[in-house]
Write a protein that binds this ligand. Structure first.
Ligand code: PLP
Length: 376
């Protein structure tokens, strides 16, 4: 997508292509980030470019733990935190650590495209389950699907590609179901909560942490979106302090972080994000963009569930064939992604973490295609 978009921009001029295909935030990192970067350049710490403990700097892990404790009311310490090269590395490290060959990993469609590859990387078998019309995982399908080989369930809220945010009630029921199944099969079922967008949440909603609902929980996240630093590859894994065999699990995660070749998360970023744990980009700005696009699409006749977080929308494709519809939009230089890439044909994904000019410019293409397919 990245390359195709670049080629189109080169051919038609940047200003004539409306690229809504990537989750690459246009926003700059908050001013606090630049301040810390400058401070570190002017007052370097001795040895700050050397190797470090593979789990990360103790001070950074402690800062993450302190922030999580404030947010959740659960007492985290640095022993529960491993700094990683983004959420992508965090997911790979977790799967490498907990999976035996042939273990099943349950994911819900639509899902973040890379999950299947990550599961495959570590000898797991992906089992894809459906979500309901609001894109919330169906618990009856989950209940039927969990078996003796189920090692973990991955959830992602706020969700890429739908923007759905799961409720506290849903997370509670999910935790109860997992524990029931653990008892039934005599197994340990991890809940991996991918929280890459945890802080990007709208309409005054409060994020319901998984921690209160399942002790076998592992959170993976990054500062790619909340601090707009995707190129810097900085994130972390947090393990529930009450997880059984907690110490052994954390040792395994640290070992896999090293042996998968990540070694440790970038030193410079760890020294910066240590001071930025309570900081987030302007969520109001993303909400404004969501409102702008959602209102226009609905007026044009598109069928779309209002996203409550992240910066994606997942409207129904007016054509049964979502690839053909994305090609229609592309004729108007509007770039989106077919839903089948996320395991859900018949939809398409729009990423609205772009500048206003791109959003406004894309409306012409959305309007022309809406007229062509008689949407309103
Ligand atoms: C749901 C989800 N998980 C994980 C990632 C990976 O994040 P990172 O770039 O921090 O590794 C992304 C990136 O877009 C994502 O959307």
């Amino acid at each position: 997508m990245f390359e195709e978009g670049a080629a189109l921009k080169q051919r038609y001029g940047e200003e004539n292509v409306f690229d809504l295909s990537l989750g690459n935030p246009v926003m700059e990192p908050p001013v606090e980030f630049k301040r810390e970067l400058k401070r570190l350049a002017e007052h370097p710490l001795p040895g700050m470019h050397r190797y470090m403990p593979n789990a990360g700097y103790p001070e950074t892990r402690a800062a993450v733990a302190a922030q999580l404790s404030i947010e959740t009311g659960i007492k985290f310490t640095m022993k529960d935190i491993i700094m990683t090269c983004g959420a992508a590395a965090a997911l790979n490290v977790v799967l490498k650590t907990i999976l035996n060959p042939g273990d099943e990993v349950i994911i819900f469609a639509p899902y973040f495209v890379e999950y299947r590859h990550y599961i495959d990387n570590h000898g797991g078998v992906a089992r894809v389950l459906p979500t309901d019309e609001q894109f919330v995982p169906k618990l009856d399908a989950l209940e039927a699907a969990i078996g003796a080989k189920t090692r973990t369930v991955i959830i992602n809220s706020p969700n890429n590609p739908t923007g759905a945010v799961y409720t506290e009630d849903f997370v509670h029921q999910l935790g109860e179901l997992l524990r029931k199944k653990e008892t039934q099969y005599g197994t340990q079922i991890f809940l991996i909560s991918d929280e890459a967008y945890r802080k990007i949440i709208y309409d005054g909603l409060k994020y319901p942490p998984v921690w209160h609902h399942h002790p076998q929980s592992i959170v993976v996240t990054s500062h790619s979106k909340d601090l707009a630093l995707p190129g810097e590859r900085i994130g972390y894994i947090a393990v529930h302090p009450d997880c059984s065999q907690q110490g052994e699990l954390v040792d395994g995660l640290i070992f896999c972080n090293r042996t998968l070749g990540y070694v440790n998360a970038p030193a410079l970023m760890q020294n910066i994000v240590r001071h930025l744990q309570p900081v987030t980009v302007s969520v109001a700005e993303y909400q404004r963009k969501r409102d702008f696009l959602y209102d226009h699409l609905v007026k044009l006749g598109y069928s779309v569930i209002k996203p409550r977080g992240a910066f994606y929308m997942f409207p129904k494709s007016p054509l049964k064939d979502d690839v053909a519809f994305v090609a229609e939009l592309q004729q108007w230089k509007v770039l989106t992604v077919p839903g089948r890439g996320f395991g859900t044909p018949g939809y398409f994904r729009i990423s609205y973490c772009v500048d206003d000019r791109t959003l406004e410019g894309s409306l012409v293409g959305f309007k022309k295609t809406a007229l062509k397919f008689n949407l309103s």
